[in-house]
Design a binder for this molecule. Structure first.
Ligand code: ADP
Ligand code: MG
Length: 351
C-alpha cells in the first residue's frame, strides 16, 4: 500500500483566525444589534435608537446617549480582547455589565465596515473613525456630535459569501431585530428604545421610559397582550437548596396565541432557558382547555456566583446552580396562578 506523506501543519494567519472567530460571535445581523445595544446599556444610556437597512446587511446603526468613548481609547477600541469592563478572571463572578469579552466590536470589523462617532462629557466636539480588521483606517476626525456614541456597521458579511447569500434569502432578520428590541424595551423600562427601517417614518418599536412594566408591555406588545396578563412572583432563600427571586407577568386563560413568547432575563441578561420554557409550556397545556400558547415575561435574580455567564460566546445561554429546584418552584407558582384564573373564568361563563 502507498503510504501518503502526512500533510504539513502550519500556523493560520491572524486575520484568518480573527475572521473565523468573528463569524461565531456575529452569527447574523441580529447578533450584531444585540451586542451594540448591550454596549449602549453598559454605557448607561437612557435612549437607544436603531436603524436597519436591508435586514441589517446594508446597514445597522445604533445611537445612544451614554458616556461615550475616550479619544485615547479609540486606537484600540476595535482590537480583539480590549475592554473597559473586566480586568481579572475573578471579576467574572460579580460582573454587572453585559459585555466583558472585548470581542464584539472587533468581530464586527472583521466581517463588516465599522464607523464610530462618539463624544464624551464636557467636550466641544466628537470624533469619527472607521475601522477594518481590528484597526483604525485613519486618525479620528473631529466632528459635530450630540451626547453619546453612534456605531454604524455597513456591508455585514461582505467577505463571507456563503453567509451573505443565506441571509439574503431570509426575509426575517429585520423581524428578529424588532423582536430583540421589544424584549429589551419591556425589561429596561427606564430607557427609550426605537427601531426602524432606514428611511421609514414610523418606528416599529417605540418605547418611552415609564415606571410601569405593564405600560411598557402594552406599548410594545399591544393592548390585547397587556390586558390578559397576571403578575407573578416567586422566591427561595435557602442556601441548601436554592436562592433566587423571580418577578414577572404571565398570560391568563383568556389570552390566545399560536406561539409562545418567552422573554427571560437572568441577572439582567437577556437569555434563553429551554428547560424553564418547556416546564411552563407543560403547565399551560395541562391547565388550559384550548391549546393556547402563553406570553411570559420573567426576570430572575440570583447570587452572581450561582450563574455562569461564560458558557457561550454569544452569552445566549447561561447555566444556573440548582436549576431544577428553581424551575420547579416557578412551575408551581405558574400553575397556581393559572388555575385561579381559569376557575374564575369558568365561573364567569357559568353565570
Ligand atoms: P465588551 O463589551 O465585552 O467590553 P466590546 O467589543 O463590545 O467589548 O466593546 C469594547 C469596549 O468599547 C467596551 O468595553 C466599552 O468600553 C467601549 N464601548 C463600546 N460600545 C460603547 C458605547 N456604545 N458607549 C460607550 N463605550 C462603548
Ligand atoms: Mg460589548
Amino acid at each position: 500500500p502507498v503510504v501518503k506523506e502526512p500533510p504539513k501543519i502550519h500556523r493560520l494567519d491572524e486575520s484568518v483566525v480573527n475572521r473565523i472567530a468573528a463569524g461565531e460571535v456575529i452569527q447574523r445581523p441580529v447578533s450584531a444589534v444585540k451586542e451594540l445595544v448591550e454596549n449602549s446599556l453598559d454605557a448607561d444610556s437612557t435612549s437607544i435608537n436603531v436603524v436597519v437597512k436591508d435586514g441589517g446587511l446594508k446597514l445597522i446603526q445604533v445611537s445612544d446617549d451614554g458616556h461615550g468613548i475616550r479619544y485615547e481609547d479609540l486606537p484600540i477600541l476595535c482590537e480583539r480582547h480590549t475592554t473597559s469592563k473586566l480586568s481579572a478572571f475573578e471579576d467574572l463572578q460579580s460582573i454587572k455589565s453585559m459585555g466583558f469579552r472585548g470581542e464584539a466590536l472587533a468581530s464586527m470589523t472583521y466581517v463588516g465596515h465599522v464607523t464610530v462617532t462618539t463624544i464624551t462629557k464636557g467636550q466641544l466636539h466628537g470624533y469619527r473613525v472607521t475601522y477594518r480588521d481590528g484597526v483604525m483606517e485613519h486618525e479620528p476626525k473631529a466632528c459635530a456630535a450630540v451626547k453619546g456614541t453612534q456605531i454604524m456597521i455597513e456591508n455585514l458579511f461582505y467577505n463571507m459569501t456563503a453567509r451573505r447569500k443565506t441571509l439574503q434569502n431570509s426575509a426575517d432578520d429585520y423581524l428578529k431585530i424588532v423582536d430583540l428590541l421589544s424584549r429589551f424595551a419591556i425589561h429596561h423600562i427606564n430607557v427609550n428604545f426605537s427601531c426602524r427601517k432606514h428611511g421609514a417614518a414610523r418606528a416599529d418599536v417605540h418605547s418611552v421610559a415609564t415606571s410601569s412594566r405593564l405600560d411598557a408591555i402594552r406599548s410594545v406588545y399591544g393592548v390585547s397582550v397587556a390586558r390578559n396578563l397576571m403578575k407573578i412572583e416567586a422566591s427561595d432563600n435557602d442556601p441548601s437548596s436554592s436562592v433566587f427571586e423571580m418577578a414577572g407577568f404571565i398570560s391568563n386563560s383568556n389570552y390566545v396565541a399560536k406561539k409562545i413568547t418567552m422573554v427571560l432575563f437572568i441577572n439582567e441578561r437577556l437569555v434563553e432557558c429551554t428547560a424553564l420554557k418547556r416546564a411552563i409550556e407543560v403547565v399551560y397545556a395541562a391547565t388550559l382547555p384550548k391549546a393556547s400558547k402563553p406570553f411570559i415575561y420573567m426576570s430572575i435574580v440570583l447570587p452572581p456566583e450561582h450563574v455562569d455567564v461564560n458558557v457561550h460566546p454569544t452569552k445566549r445561554e447561561v447555566s444556573l446552580l440548582s436549576q431544577e429546584v428553581i424551575i420547579e418552584k416557578i412551575q408551581l407558582e405558574v400553575e397556581s396562578k393559572l388555575r385561579n384564573s381559569n376557575e374564575a373564568r369558568t365561573f364567569q361563563e357559568q353565570m
